[in-house]
Design a protein. Sequence first.
Length: 146
Amino acid sequence: MAEFKRLNERVFASPQISVEDVAQAAAEGVTLIINNRPDGEAPGQPSGAEIEDAARQNGIAYKSIPVGSAGFSLPQVDEMQSALKSTQGRTLAFCRSGTRSTMLWALAQAKEGRDLDEIASEAREAGYDTSAVRPTMEMLKQQSTG
């Protein structure tokens, strides 16, 4: 069973989830699952289609925003921002370790204009370090405030 790490009231990050983890996510009030892991990244990894099917069977919306070795792009940040706004319930974002999901969430939050230290603190409390994307967070926040 994957560990869902709370970033804030509405968002959790997780290492790779299984089809069985989706029912647990539903029981915890998750209404959207965001897959930040490219298919075929590791042997034995469930496909996005398998997770999506399990999500739909449990009444959970599903969004794929894969982040590969090339890193993050502005369209991915925009997709994450849009996905997070699309639900009133809880969101579970996952990748191999939860790090890419947390970084993409942090970038989307910065683009919303949130306080960067607060974003970093929430990530840190969940066990993630956003310092690698801090310069990009600063740029996105600056753009959001004009």
